[in-house]
Design a protein. Structure first.
Length: 177
């Protein structure tokens, strides 16, 4: 997966620059997400990888499936098709969304807890993370009974594991040394 992300990176950066220049970040993000979802569909994946179709036909067919795309995005789609990079639409869309979030100083935070987290605790965690990360945070809470107790917080590359399961794993690791 890391290899695909590496190959997709220059295309994601180019798309992001084009979206900024055109003042259409949200529209590009939405249209790229639609194209990425289409590219993940098995029938569409076969079509965009078809050696019997021309690059232009693949780009046009994908644009038709996506619906109303901006001319700039249609051009971007054609560049991807010409370079045999249409299968990279999912990682391109993911990286584009990351660049947009970075620009907007926003980050998605996942809080996994062994028990339900009440609204007040969620708000306190959100405020604390906002201050610590210097970003607006979009918090999603998930229940993971395997944690036994405590929470695991994931925000981008940052992982804060204060779960009982995590502490037991650290203890077991320490005892093995």
């Amino acid at each position: 997966m890391a290899e695909l992300r590496t190959i997709a990176r220059p295309y994601a950066k180019a798309a992001f620059a084009a979206a900024i220049d055109g003042g259409a970040l949200t529209q590009w993000e939405s249209e790229l997400a639609t194209l990425a979802a289409l590219a993940r569909h098995p029938k569409v994946a076969r079509m965009i990888g078809s050696p019997t179709m021309t690059a232009e036909a693949r780009a046009q067919e994908l644009a038709k499936l996506a619906g109303d795309l901006t001319p700039a995005l249609k051009n971007f789609l054609q560049v991807l098709a010409d370079n045999h990079r249409l299968p990279l639409l999912p990682p391109i869309a993911e990286q584009f969304a990351e660049y947009k979030a970075e620009r907007e100083k926003r980050i998605a935070v996942e809080i996994s807890s062994a028990f339900d987290v009440d609204a007040q605790t969620s708000e306190r965690l959100s405020a604390s993370l906002k201050q610590k990360l210097d970003r607006d945070v979009d918090v999603q809470v998930a229940i993971d009974k395997s944690l036994i107790g405590g929470v695991v917080i994931r925000a981008g590359d940052i992982v804060i594991d204060s779960s009982v399961k995590g502490r037991l794993a650290k203890l077991a690791e320490t005892l093995q040394v």
